[in-house]
Design a protein around this ligand. Structure first.
Ligand SMILES: NC(=O)c1ccc[n+]([C@@H]2O[C@H](COP(=O)([O-])OP(=O)(O)OC[C@H]3O[C@@H](n4cnc5c(N)ncnc54)[C@H](O)[C@@H]3O)[C@@H](O)[C@H]2O)c1
Ligand SMILES: [Zn+2]
Length: 355
């Protein structure tokens, strides 16, 4: 596996660099080329870097987590930039997990109608998923990511050396998005993950790099075909939402406190795989194989809220819905997904009672 890898995408006007021990140099290079750099960093990792003293870098640290993805989180960061004389030539660099990336991306795309944005994801989840594709956003009381834009970072730097300090729970959260990519798109990748999951969760460098690279390429496949998520077929970017219709509703119901994102979508993926099986799309043998994989490594697969009407109410607010039907991305085999728009909320409730 090549360790320095540059993935350029002209259509999306973005590039993704995979390189180890490179964050400080990367930020210093941005500082050399730009008048003023606002560097927003997750407070947990701020001490890892040595660019803090550059004169034209204004450091802003934020205690991260889902709680920052709010209107208030947006206001705080946007006003900090404005108070510190942000101008059209200023650039924003975000160094942190998916919550920081989602907030900072939204701020970058709106303050002064758009600042150049550089993204350095520091959790496994953000390296394999949220830093790719240009979606950003904040939550509202009515549901997750309901306010946001599509805005591609100029460059994304994936540096796996930063993952050393990541708690196991967060590594598993990132794994959930990796296995999602395999389940919707790549059977061979799923088989490879079955064999290599242990090494991956223990941060074996070459296994990790391969999994990250594979995940990014699968995500890019959908983003290139359907950047703004307007297709309604199996090439739709919505396929990446497998497990998320249910997962987002669970997160929202528990106010983002009971589960992290990966845990919620693990429950979501197993439930949506069961729905796929109930509808005759996915065979029972394949469903069992997926469940065994999740159970063996103690991923969450169930929560009692799945059986309650309250969940259906939240699901009905999902962005992917239109008219009365709830749209799902389901799987019809391991490695293959379809867009399913035939279920109304009563039907979903009934199915959830039976599976
Ligand atoms: N925009 C997208 O396309 C997209 C895709 C998937 C997920 N998401 C979003 O991503 C968010 C989840 O991201 P996340 O899992 O990275 O959460 P997060 O940003 O909350 O990070 C998880 C925890 O790890 C800490 N952390 C970050 N980097 C660390 C490091 N290197 N070492 C030690 N601790 C570190 C954080 O402070 C936090 O406590 C959710 O809001 C989800 O909706 C967005
Ligand atoms: Zn996700």
């Amino acid at each position: 596996m090549q360790t320095n890898l540059l993935i350029k995408n002209k259509k999306l006007n973005t590039s993704i660099l995979i390189k180890k021990n490179y964050i400080s140099t990367f930020v210093k290079n941005i500082a050399r080329k730009n008048e003023k750099v606002f560097c927003v960093i997750d407070s947990k990792i701020k001490n890892k870097f040595n660019f803090i003293k550059e004169k034209n870098i204004k450091i802003i640290t934020i205690e991260c987590g889902e709680k920052i993805k709010t209107i208030n989180g947006y206001k705080d960061l946007a006003e900090k930039l404005i108070k510190n004389n942000v101008n059209r030539k200023s650039v924003l660099v975000a160094i942190g997990g998916g919550t920081l990336g989602d907030l900072a991306g939204f701020v970058s795309s709106t303050v002064l109608r758009g600042l150049d944005f550089f993204l350095i994801p520091t959790t496994l989840l953000s390296q394999v998923d949220s830093s790719i594709g240009g979606k950003n956003g904040i939550n509202t009381a009515y549901g997750k990511n309901l306010i946001g834009t599509f805005y591609q970072p100029k460059n994304v730097l994936i540096d796996i050396s930063v993952l050393d300090s990541l708690p196991k729970k967060e590594i598993k959260s990132g794994y959930a998005e990796i296995i999602k990519h395999a389940l919707i798109n790549d059977y061979a990748f799923f088989c490879w993950l079955e064999k290599n999951i242990n090494k991956l969760l223990n941060l074996n460098k070459s296994i990790l790099e391969k999994a990250i690279y594979k995940s990014i390429m699968i995500k890019l496949f959908y983003v290139r075909k359907d950047e703004k998520e307007s297709l309604l077929n199996s090439h739709s970017r919505a396929m990446l939402n497998f497990g998320h219709t249910i997962g987002h509703a669970i997160e929202s119901h528990y106010n983002y406190k009971k589960y992290n994102h990966g845990e919620a979508i693990s429950i979501g993926m197993i439930t949506e795989a069961k729905i796929s099986n109930y509808l005759g799309l996915l065979s029972s043998t394949e469903l069992d194989r997926i469940i065994i994989h999740f159970k063996k490594y103690k991923f969450k697969i169930f929560d009692r809220i799945l059986k309650e009407k309250k969940l259906i109410k939240i699901i009905s607010k999902d962005k992917k819905n239109f008219k009365d039907n709830i749209n799902f991305s389901l799987i019809n085999k391991i490695g293959s997904s379809i867009f399913y728009e035939k279920l109304n909320k009563d039907k979903v409730y009934k199915i959830l009672q039976k599976i």
